[in-house]
Design a protein around this ligand. Sequence first.
Ligand SMILES: [Mg+2]
Length: 243
Amino acid sequence: MLKYLFFDLDETLYPATSGLMPAVGERMRLYLEQRYNLDPERAHELQKRYWHEYGTTLRGLMMEREVDPQDYLDFVHDVDVAQFIEPDERLHQILAALPYEKVIVTNADAPHARRVLTRLGIADQFTRIFDIVFMEFECKPARGAYERVLNALGVRGEESILVEDSARNLATARELSIRTILLLPPNGDPSVQPARRFLDPAAHSANIECPADANLCIEEIYQVATAVRQLAAHTISASQESS
Ligand SMILES: [Mg+2]
């Protein structure tokens, strides 16, 4: 039985082309430059390496250097979200029509998440925000991040679906039986492997490429309701077949 929808926040609930995350990324670089006296190239290098090795820049800083996490989070999210994203009434309607409890699971912090949700006009659709502080900085894609969320809600992985724009965050969710919907990047992600698994290939446009860790791929967030209904229907038929 499907109960929960887990939504990633950044570049899932608003377009990746908004420029918001690049602005946050700039703040991360600036933080590295200012707090650790690094030149811009070195800061950029470090940021990239931390993201690859640890999932977030913050996690890298915590593992390899001294950092005050709250100081970092306040600094990097000090951007005016209203400059980048607009209220999205269409998304609000789509979310409101989905009869499942919706929560945010984000590697950002809750104040940033609230600002984004409020600006989009969809804050009322989410009952909880599980942020990087809740995860005790063990961020996605760490399996522990999802385990904490499942435990806090008292649900099994089978009872939830994750909606994410980052393909690398899917595998550990799948290990916990969380089904996954991947929002593909606008112009194709070179790291995404060729299509292997569709529940309903006919539902996708012909040239869509969906990685194996995704149960379904969508090309814009507005398709999420269709994808959720397909996955929910699939569970019902699968359990009927086995009984
Ligand atoms: Mg994201």
